[in-house]
Design a binder for this molecule. Structure first.
Ligand code: 5GP
Length: 179
């Protein structure tokens, strides 16, 4: 385990196992729809890569970057698009791929945006859901794991751009982000 972590919350094996299950669930809904999978940079990159490789049917991928926490562990509630999609979403079945839903403000904003752009349907799959801190009534359509209200890193998620390359999800030691 990385020395900056308090504990490993979800092991590499559990993540990979759950991704296979999620891909099976998604197959039921999307196997005939050629969905546009929208990866939210940067945190969702490993999840997108593993999930889409387990989705054995036609799909397309695109990428969007939105502002998130920066170097602080608290949300600003402000969602800003830093990189937009290359693909038009009009008439497409859009599947947003997120690393973690916390307050839900980011996802709510993105879903509204895709609807404004006339997507045929908009759903979201998140690897992690932290419902304790929700500030909207939003529930992700597909979810890997519901987790407690702890600051996690790894498997794409970061603190100050660190830890994204850990293959598991861990709880960061409090003294590292509260100092
Ligand atoms: P929301 O808008 O739902 O509050 O925030 C979603 C984004 O906040 C996630 O995509 C992620 O970038 C960041 N985030 C929320 N909770 C955590 C956490 O526990 N650890 C890390 N590393 N990022 C988080």
């Amino acid at each position: 385990m990385h020395p900056d972590l308090e504990e490993i919350l979800i092991s590499e094996e559990k993540i990979q196992q759950r991704i296979k299950e999620l891909a099976k669930e998604l197959r039921k809904e999307y196997s005939e729809k050629n969905p546009l999978c929208v990866c939210i940079l940067k945190g969702a990159v490993p999840f997108m890569a593993d999930l889409t490789r387990a989705m054995d049917f036609p799909l397309q991928m695109d990428y969007m970057a939105v502002s998130s926490y920066g170097n602080s562990a608290e949300t600003s509630g402000v969602v800003r698009i830093l990189k937009d999609l290359d693909t038009p979403v009009e008439g497409r079945d859009v599947l947003i791929i997120e690393d973690i839903v916390d307050t839900g403000l980011t996802l709510r904003h993105l879903i509204t945006l895709m609807k404004t752009r006339k997507a045929k349907s908009v759903k979201a799959v998140t690897l992690l859901d932290k419902p304790d801190r929700r500030q909207t009534d939003l529930t992700p359509d597909y979810c890997g794991f519901v987790i407690p209200n702890k600051y996690i890193v790894g498997y794409g998620t970061d603190f100050a751009e660190r830890y994204r390359n850990l293959p598991y999800i861990g709880v960061l030691k409090k003294e590292l982000y509260q100092s």
